[in-house]
Design a protein around this ligand. Sequence first.
Ligand code: 6A9
Length: 787
Amino acid sequence: FYALYMRSSLARRVVTLHPSPRVLDANSSSPAVSPERYWGSYRPQVYFGMKTRSPRSVVTGLMWMRQFTDMDGNLRHTCEQGDHLQGYGWIMHDGVSFGVQEIHDRDFTLTTEFVKRMGGDHGGDWTWRITAKQHSIASSAPVISLMFYASTDIQGSLQAHVEDKNRLSSVTGTSEELGNFKITFGKPTAGEGAGGKYARYNFLQTRSPGLDKLTDIVKNSLNHKFVFSPPKGEKRSYFAVDSYKVTNHQNQQKDPKMESDFVVHQVTVQTPFQIEVLFESGSFRERPNQLVGSVLTDELEMRKMAFDEKFEGIFGLQAKGFTLSQIEFAKAALSNMLGGMGYFFGQSVVQSVYNEHPVLYPEGPLFTAVPSRSFFPRGFLWDEGFHQLLLNKWDSQLTQGVIAHWLDLINVEGWIPREQILDDEARSKVPSEFIVQHNENANPPTLFLALQELLEKRDAQPESLPSQTMLPFLRRLYPRLQIWFEWFNTTQAGPITNSYRWRGRDKDTNLFLNPKTLTSGLDDYPRASHPSADERHVDLYCWMTLASGVMANVARILGEPHQVYENTHRTLNNNDLLNELHWSENLHTFSDYGNHTQAVSLQQEKVFVPPGQPRHQFPVSRLVRSVRRAPKLQYVNALGYVSLFPFLLHILTPDSPKIEHILRDIRDPERLWTPYGLRSLSRADPLYMKRNTEHDAPYWRGPIWININYLAVRALHHYGSIEGPFKDKAATLYQELRTNLINNVYKQYLETGYIWEQYSDSTGRGQGSHPFTGWSALTVLIMAEEY
Ligand code: 6A9
């Protein structure tokens, strides 16, 4: 019995939250405490939508469809790369009160704007304005259907109000967190102050089994029987939502209590046009006027001006002489990160060695930025530290809130799940094998970078509001930081004292050219060819050096014992120890150490078809790894981002002779230098641009990544401004690398309409996921020279 009891209590540990008081009070996001941040564009996974920062929020959103064209996949809703839009994203967004987005579809552009107005007890009102324009007047103006919707999420209810048989003029509703509210759908006009336009209306009122099913419900309801017949135009039948078809479809969930109200208002109209949608909170009583028409225009103008002013005040790009177009690019990068913030609520699926099957983590909220609104619109632990480097410059209060949310997810062991896939909507985007998070897996603790920034800003602006809230914030954060640091320091300890090792590398060495280390964030970057407990990883060593330093600082500020952190920091920061553990004399570079051979390659292997099986179901051959020389314990001969870490995180003393080698490798076009930024792996490396398996293209084996380039520029700036033998060299490289990065990310944006996940080291072209205004948006800081 005792053994069983032990086992089940061990199995529970992974899903037991840390017992210290939460950084955030339970009501911290409520409209009573934080009304300005209640409503927001916190649904980064859809092109346009809003919700509140509450667990089962009513959501609002927009789908649209071009009429009279090939219908396939024409309905737009969630951000999909497969939609092949020419570009979309927030071009202005202050993170709180307003936003302006442009969406460039095939032959027309939708501008989606929102403005909020505070009042009452539930986060106030807001208005949307959608403006549609065709791209070229050479062809006939497209007819577009906009489908505005509102949906509850299990709790709350919605009532549709219909006029003239089929026009949904408004929706009233009520929910726990919003009280009573009303959404009014304005009629399309040709522009502000202009007259009305011919339009057709349709609506749908139904029940939905979940927010991840909204697109399907609308698609399934589409009926082609409706007729568009403008006064002087031809009569054509168009697609529209149709209640009759939906109720015939089996959307119903087994348990009606788990269903939600879902209401769609479709308006079909020819470009150009403009439509407004007004949300009014029932508790907002003394409204001076309605936030529509010219009132809205004036409000928008004011916010835009305030945004421009704040932007220039913080980043000073105009003063630095950037062109208007470059500044617009930078504003779009920041805005799409702000507008890409999500409020997610739900449970991760996690597992420890004590769980036979994956188990559900406790429910909780996460307010976070996301790397990419299309391909991975959810929280990633180490991405977030980078995001906050930018957002902290804009709004430290926001950064504090985000760090607090992440640390409130920590469990009793001190572990935070790396990738936060919290609800059905998020899960619907991830193949099942990637959903489960394992509690031995780390991810770089970049939130310490963000904390370091917060502390520096506090020193620089002691009078500001965020600086004044800093102490109580740190005090509540501290026990969580302690256990987080402890978790890294123990579970990721290396084979010898003061060394560190990433856990969770790929186990099946036979399948991969070099087994991946997803936990490090650098996925397929080459490490020891044969994962083993003998490994030590230089990047993790450097992250721990940084973390211990920040821990010592925080402890000192709080008047807590800091000796232990300080000792750890002093030990790790000592360049002699670093050199001893990680400098390879042969290779003249910092390096991982482990069981390694360079003599590996992927070879075709014949696969024998088991007797009695149909031959065609089996590949005749597949790629497997062949090892020509046995591995042995040695330094891993790869040159790339990992080698740079002691430099990137400012661990090298300014007089370290290693800097000379690093600067040479950086500037060498045969190694890391390209006209577009630093490549992730040396051109001369045996694994440069090599696939890891048949299906696994090179990722961190050559392409240029902006997060690490940001750190490189920052380090060059650092070593270029303090005394030392390499000061001048670093300062020169700083200018060159900075210029190359800015020019290329900007050029690609102009050419493609997007900021990208990574950039080709041979052509500079953007590649991978897009839009990627996660860490690639750090380009703004590089422009501003804010490090
Ligand atoms: C798997 C996708 C249809 C990979 O930016 C997030 C992370 C980084 O943290 C990491 O350093 N990206 C980088 O190497 C993207 C990870 C995306 C995983 C998505 C399933 C859906 O498939």
